[in-house]
Ligand binder design. Structure first.
Ligand SMILES: Cc1cc2nc3c(=O)[nH]c(=O)nc-3n(C[C@H](O)[C@H](O)[C@H](O)COP(=O)(O)OP(=O)(O)OC[C@H]3O[C@@H](n4cnc5c(N)ncnc54)[C@H](O)[C@@H]3O)c2cc1C
Ligand code: FES
Length: 265
């Protein structure tokens, strides 16, 4: 008998890392092996279900970095180590690693947009010669909103890493003030035909960052964005995520910008 695609796995919470007041990373036990940039449908019975990107993965576990915004996520924040989350997946296309090989890769993230690119960055970090060079740019609202501080520092050892905050709140600890679009000019853009730019964050941040790179000559089809859109089934059956002919849950959430710009509402 074929497996019910809506079946979920009951996963024990192994660890909880408190990143900010409203963003926690949950490590859960699971047998799934996601690709970079894929997401899972995460639920608590009788509470709700939501798509959450995989922000970390290892032998027998994955990590989910969750922002407490609504009914389900607030309930998840009440859970403790040893409690259970229910997941199905992984879903979505994920990042195509092949197209990054030997390219100059720029990864720009806004706020919790670091989560879906975290495993990809760690892959590039551990496989130093995979890309010809890597630049990281991350923008946060204020210094206290900076996520994955220790890892940002570690990545900075190998990759040119620009961290910006909209408002430094008078704190001077090496971060730049202003939106990340302001710092695109500081990326070495001489080889833009070989450049792949990945942008993940709120829709407006993705749009204006993409436009800024395009201003310097990066082609739309070399810009890759991750599209967050409300979903229901996550597996191409309900049509909830469908825009034009694209199912964001199946064809995405990763799209090249020449496709994504037509999907932005
Ligand atoms: C592919 C994909 C990947 C994602 N990855 C992540 C991730 O890694 N981490 C993460 O934290 N999120 C992620 N999200 C977003 C997450 O799925 C949503 O935030 C989800 O809605 C949270 O569920 P919830 O039940 O807690 O929130 P909901 O209760 O559904 O609330 C969602 C939003 O609606 C607002 N809202 C709720 N009720 C009302 C109301 N009555 N009136 C007005 N506004 C209201 C809330 O303030 C909140 O902003 C992802 C989404 C997609 C599509
Ligand atoms: S979420 Fe149901 S078709 Fe995409």
């Amino acid at each position: 008998m074929s497996k019910n695609p809506f079946d979920f796995e009951k996963c024990e919470i192994l660890a909880i890392d408190i990143l900010t007041d409203i963003e926690f990373t949950f490590r859960i036990a699971t047998s799934i092996t996601p690709n970079h940039g894929q997401f899972c449908q995460v639920s608590i019975p009788k509470v709700g279900e939501a798509p959450i990107s995989v922000s970390g993965a290892g032998e027998g576990w994955i990590e989910l970095t969750i922002r407490s915004v609504g009914i389900l996520t607030k309930k998840i924040f009440e859970l403790k180590i040893g409690d259970f989350l229910y997941i199905r997946g992984p879903y979505g296309n994920g990042f195509d690693l092949d197209i990054l090989k030997d390219h100059h890769v720029v990864i720009a993230g806004g706020g919790s947009g670091v989560a879906p690119v975290r495993t990809l960055i760690n892959y590039l970090y551990n496989n130093e010669n995979y890309a010809s060079s890597v630049d990281l740019m991350f923008g946060f609202k204020t210094p206290k909103d900076i996520l994955f501080k220790d890892e940002l520092e570690k990545w900075g050892d190998k990759f040119n890493t620009i961290i910006t905050v909209d408002d430094a709140c008078g704190v001077d600890d090496g971060v730049c003030e202003g939106l990340i679009t302001k710092y695109v000019k500081d990326i070495k853009l001489s080889e833009f035909s070989k450049m792949k730019v990945i942008i993940v964050g709120p829709p407006l941040m993705m749009k204006f960052t993409a436009l800024e790179f395009m201003k310097y000559g990066v082609n739309k089809d070399n810009i890759i964005v991750s599209f967050e859109r409300n979903m229901s089934c996550g597996l191409g059956k309900c049509g909830h995520c469908k825009i034009d002919e694209k199912y964001v849950c199946l064809d995405g959430p990763i799209f090249s910008y020449d496709v994504a710009e037509k999907l932005i509402d």
